[in-house]
Design a protein around this ligand. Structure first.
Ligand SMILES: Cc1cc2nc3c(=O)[nH]c(=O)nc-3n(C[C@H](O)[C@H](O)[C@H](O)COP(=O)(O)O)c2cc1C
Length: 236
């Protein structure tokens, strides 16, 4: 699929149809979104039960991807997440019911990739096929060309972890649920994504709104500074 004229979505919803030839321009992140870092850290947790009837808003998708590995220094193209020697070897593919898009941090757009629903291939746990978004972390060996294969895995895993924690903190601050996962079968997913032999998948990460029976945050932090204080052992 080739990228041509950008498409400016007018609805605040995830795409309902398969990737067309046009990229999706994500809305800019709101100024000052989210709660304080202390509250986000206190609320961070893994969620494995999702409201499958509720699509992620395009605004949440935009901000989540910007937090993950978006550009925070436009003059240099540097990112919200660090990477070994600024290699920027990680690409996030965004799998949704309608297909898979590739996040382009520079243009902050979703580029159409494949038109099939690969979510069932992103894991063996029951929630993966129905949660609205699966992030697939793909490393490019060409960006790590002077490293041994073991070192490539080590670097790509570390760099993925930084991105994953950024996603965790955004989700915690906006009431979204997420879980970073290693439980997937690499080959079928790589084939479905049509990856080249210089690319490999490090992790996947589910994102959506928590379901009604998702375990509550151990500390309710959204409205309650005292809860944060008690969580981190501070006096009020
Ligand atoms: C490298 C890594 C791999 C993980 N793989 C999975 C996984 O495959 N499935 C899953 O449900 N959770 C997975 N998790 C989430 C952990 O189980 C979770 O972070 C841990 O139980 C602590 O819970 P918390 O995140 O709520 O603090 C993974 C976490 C990390 C850091």
């Amino acid at each position: 699929m080739s990228a041509t004229t950008p498409m400016n979505r007018t609805t605040d919803q995830l795409p309902q149809s398969s990737p067309s030839a046009a990229p999706i321009i994500l809305p800019p992140p709101r100024a000052g979104f989210g709660v304080s870092l202390a509250r986000a850290l206190a609320a961070r947790r893994s969620v494995r039960q999702f409201d499958t009837a509720r699509a992620l808003s395009l605004q949440h998708l935009s901000e989540m991807l910007w937090c993950a590995c978006g550009v925070n220094r436009p003059a240099t193209g540097d990112r919200t997440a660090p990477s070994w020697r600024d290699a920027r070897e990680m690409t996030l593919f965004v799998a949704m019911q309608a297909g898979v898009w590739r996040y382009d941090p520079i243009s902050h757009q979703l580029m159409p990739h494949v038109a099939s629903d690969v979510r069932p291939l992103t894991g063996i746990q029951d929630f993966v096929a129905l949660a609205p978004v699966e992030l697939i972390y793909v490393a490019e060996r060409m960006h790590l060309a002077n490293l041994s294969v073991d070192e490539q895995y080590r670097v790509a895993s570390a760099d993925s972890g930084f991105i994953g924690q950024n996603v965790y903190l955004y989700c915690a601050s906006e009431g979204l649920g997420t879980v970073f996962r290693t439980s997937f079968d690499h080959s079928p997913l790589a084939r479905a994504l049509q990856l080249g032999n210089t690319q490999f998948i490090t992790f996947v990460q589910t994102v959506g709104y928590p379901g009604a029976s998702a375990s509550p945050s151990r500390v309710s932090t959204a409205q309650d500074p005292a809860a944060v204080a008690s969580c981190i052992g501070m006096k009020k």
